[in-house]
Design a protein around this ligand. Structure first.
Ligand code: NDP
Ligand code: OXD
Length: 308
């Protein structure tokens, strides 16, 4: 069986080695060295260019290297074969670490001290306890639930919002449009870990920022097009939003002349919040290939109509 690997961010050699340990007979081909397209049955991909997968006439499985599959679903030529997301312990763990690091950064007022340092200003701010802070997580899926649990363990008051209602120990949960403003009203630190869909595109907008308490912080690790960029800059400039850390952008890489790079109180990271290590991710991919071969149900199959 031949597999086609396409990614501009993942290391093909590391994935080849990790998959060879699981499936020694797998014919691992790295784009653009496809060979005979008719031999490719599995595509292991991160944001493949539109049209690439349609060139594989015998494709049986599209396995994403990512949790988000939004760009693939936007490809009108995407073959009608099973599409599976990445759900992997290293991806989840790195996301939890990233969000915890950012929440702790603002919780311990490190943004204020960065600004004070620029003015050589020595001024102490009494720290709050974590228990006095409320962190709200938008999206309670594989990753959002783990983030919420990690925040509970770190001592924060945690609430979460999703499409359907969830029960998570120690987390106050909200669901749907009707409960969104109630969720936002009590949220000091807002974490967005939603998938990009028609419903979530542009969700981080002026109306949402206005529903947050003054001085709220945004930690955005979902998808760039969920954010209405001018609305965030306006909310930050007015001081309604204290600061934002953005890991995802409508255009990636973020262009060098984009205002976010130099905007006070907006921090940028290059889509690094989460990543799937080949050592753990390959086990997930190999399991799905075994299931495909044996005709068993696939893991993390994306329902096409749902969009995530
Ligand atoms: P899941 O599909 O497991 O979870 C998605 C969650 O979002 C679910 O709780 C779902 O609700 C909720 N949701 C979807 N649509 C809506 C809506 N309209 N209103 C309210 N809630 C909604 O995804 P993951 O947790 O695995 O990943 C989430 C996203 O995180 C990815 O799609 C990707 O965009 C982003 N990501 C970013 C990374 C980075 O490095 N920055 C790395 C990994 C992921 P319900 O539970 O009711 O279905
Ligand atoms: C993902 C991502 O969705 O890396 O996994 O953004």
């Amino acid at each position: 069986m031949a597999l086609l690997f396409y990614s501009l961010v993942d290391d093909p050699d590391a994935w080849r080695e990790a998959l060879a340990r699981e499936l020694p007979d797998l014919d691992f081909r790295v784009h653009p060295e496809i060979g005979d397209p008719a031999e490719i049955e599995v595509a292991l991909v991160w944001r493949p260019p539109a049209g690439l997968l349609a060139r594989l006439p015998n494709l049986r499985l599209i396995q994403a290297l990512s949790a988000g599959i939004d760009t693939m679903l936007e490809d009108p030529t995407l073959p009608d074969v099973p599409l599976c997301r990445m759900v992997d312990e290293s991806l989840t763990r790195t996301m939890v670490e990233y969000v915890l690091a950012q929440v702790l950064f603002y919780h311990r007022d490190l943004d204020l001290y960065e600004e004070q340092q620029r003015r050589a200003e020595w001024r102490l701010v009494m720290p709050q306890t974590a228990a006095a802070r409320t962190v709200g997580v938008m999206g309670l899926g594989e990753i959002g639930r783990a983030i919420a649990r990690g925040l509970v363990q770190a001592g924060f008051r945690v609430r979460g919002w999703s499409r359907s209602k969830h029960a998570i120990e120690g987390v106050e949960t909200f669901a749907g449009e009707e409960e969104r403003d109630a969720f936002l009203a009590g949220t000091e630190f807002l974490v967005c870990v939603l998938p990009l869909t028609r419903e979530t595109e542009g969700i981080l907008n002026a109306r949402l920022f206005a529903a947050l308490p003054k001085g709220a912080v945004l930690i955005h690790v979902g998808r760039g097009r969920q954010l209405v960029e001018p609305d965030l800059m306006d909310a930050v400039d007015r001081g309604h939003v204290r600061g934002a850390v953005l890991d995802v952008f409508a255009t990636e890489p973020l262009p060098a002349d984009h205002p976010f790079w130099r905007r006070p109180r907006i921090r940028v990271t290059p889509h690094v919040a989460g990543y799937s290590l080949p050592s753990t991710g390959a086990r997930v991919v190999a399991e799905n290939i075994r299931r495909l071969r044996e005709g068993r149900p696939l893991l993390h199959l994306v329902p096409r109509g749902r969009g995530y």
